[in-house]
Ligand binder design. Structure first.
Ligand SMILES: Nc1nc2c(ncn2[C@@H]2O[C@H](COP(=O)(O)OP(=O)(O)O)[C@@H](O)[C@H]2O)c(=O)[nH]1
Ligand SMILES: [Mg+2]
Ligand SMILES: [Zn+2]
Length: 228
């Protein structure tokens, strides 16, 4: 199928993320912002989540990329609605772009919208895009000092996934340090150890996501009743 492509609009405005939130709430859609370095395994994790959750939730995906659309093609091949955001070189996604992309989905047919942000541990963390919550990936081969070096990403995320956990025996990666650093900048954070390759740790992450998604959608339903 031909993949729809949207070009990034750079016009940061906090109101816009609230508008996106309101549109998603109207349709009871929980949007999850997935962030991490290039190669951390964002696409692989999203594919694993889709396979595990697609029988329970109607899922759509926004794929952010600086160029190309191979990740969007991967999602499209699963038969999941996907819109590609081509940022034309920009290193993060902005709410204005998401606002323009929402009408490209059939919103009444979605429960969950997963956003694969641009691979970057720095500025994606600075931009609210209207998400309900954030998941930050840090893969084992990247090194255990990354929370210390890029604190904002981990301070602003609801969950941290130590990804490619199957690689632990091959790297000097102190997962206890990563967890302690993450809690140091973000006491309420939930930390997972996951391998998309082997499935290790996936059950815990799935249980967390189900609970969060259900809570967000229940709250959206409640708000809708108050202001119909
Ligand atoms: N060992 C291992 N490799 C993984 C895992 N998840 C992804 N990869 C590999 O990491 C590379 C980058 O994955 P990708 O999902 O494209 O990362 P993205 O750039 O963050 O979207 C690919 O070669 C994947 O096969 C994992 O859990 N374990
Ligand atoms: Mg990717
Ligand atoms: Zn940026």
């Amino acid at each position: 199928m031909e993949i729809k492509v949207m070009h990034q609009i750079m016009e940061w405005n906090e109101d816009v993320s609230d508008q996106v939130k309101a549109t998603l709430a109207q349709h009871q859609i929980c949007m999850i912002n997935v962030m991490g370095s290039p190669g951390a395994g964002k696409t692989s994790l999203i594919v694993a989540l889709i396979k595990a959750l697609r029988s329970e939730y109607r899922i759509g995906v926004i794929e952010g990329d600086i160029a190309g659309q191979i990740d969007a093609e991967t999602i499209d091949a699963l038969g999941i609605p996907v819109v590609q955001l081509d940022t034309d070189g920009a290193c993060h996604i902005e709410a204005e772009s998401v606002r323009h992309m929402l009408p490209m989905f059939s919103l009444e047919d979605l429960d969950v919208l997963i956003v694969e942000n641009i691979g970057n541990l720095v500025c994606p963390a600075e931009f609210n895009i209207g998400e309900a919550f954030r998941v930050a990936l840090l893969s084992v081969p990247e090194g255990d000092d990354k929370v210390h070096k890029y604190p904002l990403m981990f301070a602003t995320s609801d969950a941290v996934v130590m990804h490619k956990y199957d690689m632990l025996p091959y790297f000097e990666f102190d997962d206890g340090r990563v967890e302690a650093d993450a809690r140091g900048v973000n006491p309420g954070v939930t930390v997972f150890r996951v391998s998309s390759r082997t499935g290790e740790g996936m059950d815990g992450l799935l249980a967390y996501l189900r609970a969060r998604i259900d809570a967000v959608r229940a709250e959206q339903a409640g708000t809708k009743e108050e202001n119909p």
